[in-house]
Write a new protein. Structure first.
Length: 326
């Protein structure tokens, strides 16, 4: 009996030890190892985003694309190698920008405290700070993420929703990440400050079903305006279009208003009004003050930032965000 008791004590002690050494995300994770880390990120963002506000949309899109592939581990930042094609090369990521922005922040942090702050945490912090700088909501960012060492093009293609996604595809891809329909609607709200190239939606204007037709779900006047003033040819790959015309620099509810007017730019935007549940969420957001949207968006972003994170001894802290440590 005494022997069993002793073994039980050992097992209990071992489990406590393992639990105590297992790292988790926590607010102020770098408070001792790199006390100025979050201030360095915030200061850089506040200095540069006002001069290039479109970067706020770019950074939050990068964060979204990163978390949907292998979790929030900065795998989207990795370059391709001679024997691997990375996520950067996948169609959803070929229009991503802001990599140099993250690299510059990383350089500042490496100078302050080498090998401490992960690229994954930099993306998460910078995207939050950029939204706040443009007048959007603040949300808590617990830190302690570690960087992944694997980045595969096909995984990005398979897991990141395309602008042409229908409701069923959106529901599946979000559910795969543990996100529900309400969070689908809320996170789509980031399009309130976004811009897009014509190539991401020109099929809705010129060749929706392959016979030279227009998407009937798109408001006719809006479509005509886009054809006349923006995407003048089906092959335009360079012109940029505001996703929330007249309000793209303001984080507000205008995007949802446009959805109900059939003026969502992407098929994936319009898809939110094809399901009774998601359409109801859109209507509820518009019936309340913008502060409600801010609070719920913040909660959804906090949840997204925890998707399959690497902590403890998993992954690594990259010295350079574009390459794994040698």
């Amino acid at each position: 009996m005494r022997g069993k008791y002793f073994i039980g004590i050992i097992i209990l002690g071992l489990s406590i030890f393992l639990h105590s050494t297992e790292a988790h995300l926590q607010l102020g994770f770098y408070s001792k190892s790199c006390p100025k880390a979050e201030k360095i990120v915030n200061d850089y963002v506040k200095e540069h985003i006002p001069n290039a506000p479109s970067l706020a949309a770019t950074l939050i899109r990068m964060h979204f694309h990163d978390c949907f592939v292998r979790g929030c581990d900065a795998s989207v930042l990795l370059n391709s190698t001679s024997n691997n094609t990375a996520e950067k090369e996948a169609p959803p990521n070929q229009t991503l920008r802001g990599f140099d922005f993250i690299d510059r922040i990383k350089s500042l942090l490496e100078a302050e405290c080498p090998g401490i702050v992960s690229c994954a945490d930099i993306i998460t912090l910078a995207s939050r700070d950029a939204i706040v700088t443009t007048g959007g909501p603040f949300w808590k960012v617990p830190t302690g993420r570690r960087d992944g060492t694997v980045s595969i093009r096909q995984e990005a293609t398979n897991n990141i929703p395309a602008p042409t996604s229908n409701f069923s595809t959106l529901q599946t891809l979000f559910a795969n990440q543990g996100l529900d329909l309400k969070e689908l609607v809320l996170l789509s709200g980031a399009h309130t400050i976004g811009i897009s190239h014509c190539s991401s939606f020109s099929n809705r204007l010129y060749n929706f079903t392959g016979v030279g037709d227009q998407d009937p779900a798109l408001d006719k006047k809006y479509a005509a305006n886009l054809k006349a003033n923006k995407c003048k040819t089906p092959t335009d790959n360079t012109t940029k279009v505001e996703m929330d015309p007249g309000s793209r620099k303001t984080f507000d509810l205008s995007y949802y208003t446009l959805l109900l007017k059939r003026r969502g730019l992407f098929q994936s935007d319009a898809a939110l009004t094809t399901n009774s549940v998601t359409k109801s969420y859109v209507q509820q957001l518009l019936q309340g003050p913008v502060s409600n949207f801010f609070a719920e968006f913040a909660t959804a972003m906090e949840k997204m930032g925890r998707i399959n994170v690497k902590t403890g001894s998993d992954g690594e802290i990259r010295k350079q965000c574009a390459v794994v440590n040698s």
